[in-house]
Design a protein around this ligand. Structure first.
Ligand code: SF4
Length: 322
């Protein structure tokens, strides 16, 4: 049986604003197995990056619990968190702004090894480890003294990946890791992430606004809308049989390669509900073509409908009951 690595239970993250309480994440539950890639998809501002940061405790949850390898990490102190940081790492979207421009490639990759006292500064072992990491992510040895501004986006993201791997983590939050890259480079970085996963047994929470990016690399996909998960399923199942009207709209926006298999684009109309002190009701109701009275009064629960497929929608619930 596959081993569980992460459990997220009832996570909420609210931010206080002059207009009221912003519900960035509003009661999210999911579980991940070792070696799995979970694609977390949604529009910008839906709370997906906030979840990633809450899991890594870069942000404190307002409510809820996070279990990593069966240990509750929601209440760990600073010292315990430093230890855990070795196991849980992040790859950022924009490699340029996440890398210190004043440090060379070798200094950037060596930094976590020195901070965590894994290798002593100015030691031949450190140099050897930096070169090993560069080789692992496909960075040529000759770039060891280069600076981030001298490199293209793909190479900069490879530095970010090498840095994330330096502490030999088990779990990585990849937050839009290819969004800032050209399409041809995106494929190279996605392939690299997959190869590394196989070689090192990594588990990825892969956050993206683009469903097509996670199609081939995810085992499971979770779709998020305004702070809530609205659908979660194995990747193939989600692409073959999406049930939530929001997922269907996201899928319809993916260009299809063949003229024969034309897909009609679902254009979402209506205003996006404010995440500040939201009223009860489905968060998607104002934009949903199928909204019923009930949708504006009650919150649909994420419910399993078979094949490990979960969906939060009254329409699906009513169809199943008829
Ligand atoms: Fe649309 Fe209602 Fe389903 Fe929400 S619960 S997605 S409003 S049909």
């Amino acid at each position: 049986m596959a081993e569980s690595i992460l459990k997220v239970k009832g996570i909420k993250k609210y931010f206080s604003t002059p207009k009221g309480m912003l519900h960035a994440v509003d009661g999210v539950d999911f579980e991940m197995e070792k070696g799995e890639t979970l694609g977390l998809v949604g529009e910008s501002g839906c709370g997906k990056s906030t979840i990633g940061r809450v899991i890594l405790r870069l942000l404190e949850p307002t409510e809820g619990e996070i279990y990593f390898e069966d240990k509750n990490i929601s209440q760990l102190n600073k010292k315990e968190m430093i230890k855990l940081r070795r196991d849980m790492q992040i790859i950022f979207q924009d490699p340029f702004s996440s890398l210190n421009p004043r440090l060379s490639v070798s200094e950037i990759i060596a930094e976590p090894l020195i901070i965590h006292n894994i290798v002593k500064k100015k030691n031949s072992e450190l140099e050897k480890e930096v070169l090993r990491l560069m080789d692992l992510v496909g960075l040529a040895k000759r770039l060891v003294n280069a600076y981030p501004h001298e490199l293209d986006g793909g190479r900069r993201q490879r530095i970010g990946i090498a840095r994330a791997l330096a502490l030999r983590p088990k779990f990585i939050v990849a937050d839009e890791p290819v969004s800032a890259l050209d399409v041809s480079i995106q494929a190279q970085i996605l392939n690299l992430l997959q190869d590394l996963q196989e070689e090192l047994g990594l588990t990825y929470l892969f956050i993206t606004h683009d469903l097509s990016v996670v199609k081939h690399i995810s085992d499971n996909i979770a779709v998020m809308y305004l702070g809530k998960l609205v659908e979660k399923a194995p990747a193939d199942e989600l692409f073959r049989n999406s049930l939530h009207p929001y997922t269907q709209a996201l899928l319809s926006a993916i260009p299809v390669p063949s003229i024969k298999s034309k897909r009609e684009r679902i254009i979402l109309k209506g205003e996006i509900t404010s995440p500040i002190d939201p009223k009860p009701g489905c968060r998607f109701a104002a934009r949903c073509n199928y909204a019923m009275d009930r949708c504006f009064k009650e919150d649909p629960e994420l419910t399993e409908v078979g094949n490990n497929h979960l969906v939060a929608c009254f329409l699906v619930e009513e169809k199943a009951n008829n």
